[in-house]
Write a protein that binds this ligand. Structure first.
Ligand SMILES: Nc1ncnc2c1ncn2[C@@H]1O[C@H](COP(=O)(O)OP(=O)(O)OP(=O)(O)O)[C@@H](O)[C@H]1O
Length: 612
């Protein structure tokens, strides 16, 4: 029963805010339910803490919960909590002025923009006052937890001010009655409210009853300690949040207090659906703030190449009202992104070490994402490079290795890590480049996926060792003693001169080197020019492939080279044919031969000479 009447004016800033809220064309009006439920949950949490220390609590036996009722006839939505409540002074302070910084920032921004831009509400959230987006009158019936406190009814139409009356009929906590304005009747229907609660408030720690039905039955597992959770619970939670039918491959659950307060539960799914040609996955790690959903599919929370992860990240440090648009620029979100990505990669490092076979399976399905990470940004390159797996000239077919293992196997003074890209292990091993490295005991990593060319182009080094493609002309390899006598210096110079003249249209440079073992010649790609793999990718993408002349390396110990050197003096015509054919052979082996048509007639000419 009301006994005393007060009439209060809103602080000027509140009036300004309400004016914007009421007249805004912001479409996501449902967020006011989230804001009010979140306030109720905060008030309950404060009550829970009070009960630990205070003896004299009003209605101390009352259950801590949120009750929501809808009344279609009266066009009202009522949200009741048994939290700490507010006394007269607190009602004036909290619901008549603007206290929290988020709303202040909101008003600043509005002033800057000078109009009631719809998006801005979504960017900042306006807490309690958002109720006026849907209401033409709001009653707050509240009684503080303190024993000697009185109950009050705060009431406003969101215009100039509000009334506060005392009442002796209030229970502890807050009952907020939203009188819906015309066109907002949907918020008085049970189904609509149920949908909103399921979307935003599924994991609120206190029971939420909607018209007597308990709605939020799934626990916010990520806020609990690992020890309290069974594998079964994790799996069930994964299925619930990721809409999955199978169990996850990896579960990573951690919490941290510094530098940010984070509770994260991340699931790596079993299958990579992108492998089945099902299109690009959507990001699926939801962002929460103290168990209240901020965004179910934020696309800037983690790097794009982690889009396969599912689960939840909860950070107390984020304002509840942070929205999709403002997330991208939020320094906090960027920090979260960096921290969590690092943690996840560390997690994978541990898994790879402890259970290499399980990791190999993961890598087979999800390695592509790690490679995407290397190719698209520098930020986590070193960690990502450490997670790569590949076959090499020192592993058996089907067995993989890592860069760290490569470095362990290499001699300490070896400054480079050598690799080759190709279509398959066989293609690389039958190519012209490997023999020089094999003969010197140098390991070469094999990369056989088309995307590898981009990955290796983007990756300059691993832990101080340069990554060098073994088909590059500028690599200096030590001379080694192999069988056969070397061509004399004079003959060699003469032969090189002849070859450079004869091949000038196709070849930039001819050199004699100790690199080759079994082949008479090899074509090497100059520095910075696209190699065979890259040229194939460019051509398949319809890009113009630049003309680059390769250099030709000759093996001064090879019989064919010795023979050719003799022919230069004795039979120039045959020498020319042999030189051209050797070049074609080298380009063909390197995957660089663009015009094979002349080969057949040339081979026929050579055959004629042989059978004569
Ligand atoms: N159900 C409630 N029970 C007790 N106090 C409440 C309740 N709802 C709101 N309040 C008080 O009113 C204040 C203002 O609420 P409002 O929603 O505008 O901002 P906030 O909750 O502080 O900020 P935000 O919503 O951005 O987190 C709260 O800080 C709280 O003290």
């Amino acid at each position: 029963m009301a006994t005393k009447e007060h009439t209060h004016s809103f602080q000027a800033e509140v009036r300004q805010l309400l004016d914007i809220v009421i007249h805004s064309i912001y479409t996501d009006k449902e967020i006011f339910v989230r804001e009010l439920v979140s306030n109720a949950s905060d008030a309950l949490e404060k009550m829970r803490l009070k009960q630990l220390t205070e003896k004299d609590v009003f209605e101390s036996e009352r259950e801590l919960q949120i009750e929501i009722t809808t009344d279609e006839e009266a066009k009202t939505l009522t949200i009741t909590d048994s939290g700490i409540g507010m006394n007269h002074e607190e009602l004036v302070e909290n619901l008549g002025t603007i206290a929290h910084s988020g709303t202040k920032a909101f008003l600043e921004k509005m002033k800057e923009q000078g109009d009631s831009n719809a998006d801005v509400i979504g960017q900042f959230g306006v807490g309690f006052y958002s109720a006026f987006m849907a209401a033409d009158k709001v009653d707050v019936i509240s009684r503080s937890w303190e024993k000697d406190s009185e109950g009050h009814v705060w009431s406003s139409d969101g215009a100039s001010g509000y009334d506060i009356e005392s009442t002796d009929e209030a229970s502890r906590g807050c009952r907020i009655v939203i009188h819906l304005k015309e066109g907002m009747e949907e918020f008085a229907t049970e189904a609509r409210i149920k949908g909103i609660l399921e979307k935003y408030s599924n994991f609120v720690s206190f029971p939420i009853q909607l018209n007597g039905e308990h709605i939020n039955k799934v626990e916010a597992l990520w806020m609990k300690s690992k020890k309290e959770i069974t594998e079964e619970q994790y799996n069930e939670f994964y299925k619930f949040t990721a809409h999955a039918f199978d169990d996850p491959r990896y579960i990573m659950h951690f919490s941290a207090d510094a530098p940010l307060s984070i509770n994260a539960l991340l699931f790596t799914p079993n299958e990579n659906t992108e492998q089945f040609g099902m299109g690009q996955m959507e990001p699926g790690v939801a962002l929460y703030c103290r168990k209240v959903l901020i965004d179910a599919k934020p696309d800037k929370l983690l790097p794009e190449w982690l889009r396969f992860l599912r689960g939840v990240i909860d950070s107390e440090d984020l304002p509840l009202s942070i929205s999709r648009e403002s997330m991208q620029d939020s320094a906090l979100v960027q920090k979260l992104n960096g921290l969590i990505t690092k943690r996840y990669l560390k997690f994978l490092e541990r898994e790879a070490k402890n259970e290499p076979e399980k990791y190999a399976e993961f890598y087979q399905k999800f390695g592509r994402f790690l490679k995407e990470g290397i190719a698209t940004s520098f930020e986590h390159q070193e960690q990502l490079a450490g997670l790569l797996r590949f076959e090499s000239s020192m592993t058996d077919a089907g067995k993989t290795s890592s860069f760290a293992e490569y470095v362990d196997r290499a001699k300490e003074e070896q400054e480079n890590i050598y690799f080759l890209t190709g279509l398959s292990r066989e293609a690389i091993e039958s190519g012209p480049y490997l023999e020089a490295f094999k003969a010197r005991g140098l390991e070469v990593c094999y990369f056989t996926e088309p995307v590898d060319q981009y990955v290796m182009d983007a990756l300059p080094e691993f832990k101080g060792k340069k990554l060098v493609s073994a088909d590059r002309g500028e690599i200096e390899l030590d001379d080694i003693a192999t069988e056969g006598t070397e061509l004399g210096k004079k003959e060699s110079e003469k032969l090189i001169k002849f070859l450079e003249e004869e091949l000038s249209e196709r070849i930039a440079k001819v050199e004699s080197s100790g690199r080759l073992v079994d082949s008479p010649v090899a074509a090497l790609t100059p520095k910075d020019a696209p190699n065979a793999q890259m040229r194939a990718i460019m051509a398949s993408m319809g890009q113009e492939v630049p003309m680059t002349k390769t250099s030709l390396e000759i093996n001064p110990r090879h019989e064919v080279i010795h023979g050719l050197a003799r022919l230069v003096d004795t039979d120039k015509e045959t020498a020319q044919l042999v030189a051209q054919q050797l070049t074609d052979n080298a380009l063909l082996a390197a995957g660089l031969l663009e015009n094979p048509h002349q080969m057949t007639s040339r081979i026929n000419q050579l055959l004629e000479k042989v059978v004569h």
